[in-house]
Ligand binder design. Sequence first.
Ligand code: LFR
Length: 499
Amino acid sequence: MSFAHLAIDLGASSGRAIVGLLDGSPLKLRLEEVHRFEHLPCPTPVGPVWDLTGIWLEILTGLGAAAKWCRENGAELKSVGVDTWGVDWALLGKSGEVLGLPHCYRDPQNEAACQRVLEQMGGFEKLYERTGIQLMPFNTLFQVAARYHTEPKLFDAAERLVFLPDLFHNWLSGELQTERTIASTSSMLDVETGEWDTELLEKLGLPTDILGSIVEPGTVLGTLRAEIAQTTNASAKIQVIAPAAHDTGSAVAAVPATVETNWAYLSSGTWSLLGVELAKPITSEVALSIPLTNERGVDGTIRLLKNIAGLWLVQELRRELQQAGESQDFAQMVEEARRAEPGRTIIDPNYAEFASPGNMSEKIRQFAKKTRQPEPETIGQLVRCALESLALCYDHTLQQLESVLGKSIGVLHIVGGGIQNDLLNEFATAAVGRSVITGPVEATAIGNLLVQAMGSGELSGLPELREIVANSFPRNVVKPDAADHWADSRGKFAELITK
Ligand code: LFR
């Protein structure tokens, strides 16, 4: 009988339950998607919140489907682990009760708390030197400050702050731990030690008695609660193992870089997370000026990276079309972009206005107007503008990383759902002028599964894990887009973002 693990991989708009089977010699991983669902932030008078119980029921459906699939296919389901997008959290009371629904990070209300915290700290530099995390108003620290401002009594009743994967692990197993990769997205950890920066929280007047001890990815948390085993018809012996509970942590673990030494990764999806893997954090002045994030990864690694807006821009354009009653699928939009004029309008994907939901086409047009460029009108022009600008931003970010590292980067590995967008891959390859390798698409789930396998003692560590990814999934060397505007566009992009 072969062994299987189950990854519950939750993105900010959809979730997947994927069974991974490890067998053969050399070991290979085989994936079977047993459940997939969509979810949405729910608008409420206090801002967008997550449909926590809705997502939980989908997780249980996924677990039930995985148990059934394993029974029918002669595999023993050994463990389950949950990864989610970063930064979002909830409070638990003494008995484990969730105190208030977790808010969705894309909430413009975090901005005020972010400004207050920066004033209290005496500037972003002071915060950065302690936590090494890029300034984004939705970081947990600012969200906690916002909620403490509006609902201080909630914190009086709270026993623990939990990140979303920690909460789902608790509901699955009854055990409550904080996993380190997800905690490192909070901007509440000491960048050097990877432990809570309680001094920082005290300085900001925020409670510290709600912080639990932090465990490494791969930690066996417990086994399924009897009730869960019963309702999902799964074995109560199934272990709950923390993967890299931050989706980006899982995705980067699954980058199949087995021979290269000077490689960078791009985890491509709603966000484009572009960076390098290091043994130690870097919070130098150059890193601060960009700024780059130092998140924690598998096997004690550091992910020095930049959050770039990503396919969010295109997802929002699509949502707009859908709201207007014009159903457009991605493939159609990308085809129109392929036919649109090259190098016509360039935006800065990280422009703050683009981060909040709504009116994406108008925001892009306003940006074009402000920077004296032709305003994109058709959907093809809008999508082409977004994709070309992302590619240019990748190039710019690679140069920034090189300046921080003091060495060149020769290879870019792109993983994640975004690699299904061929046009973006071609643009990225033309813009960065380095070799670009794409694959695997399901990097997050793969990383999640293989870290569970590490935790259960089947694998020795990151190098073996990456060998398995390289042996199991196809990779593609991308041919660059042939248009001749890229050298000019690079110059324009650099000008645009220094304005
Ligand atoms: C990607 C991701 C990023 C994080 C952003 C918000 O899904 O986890 O790493 O910065 O979502 O949580």
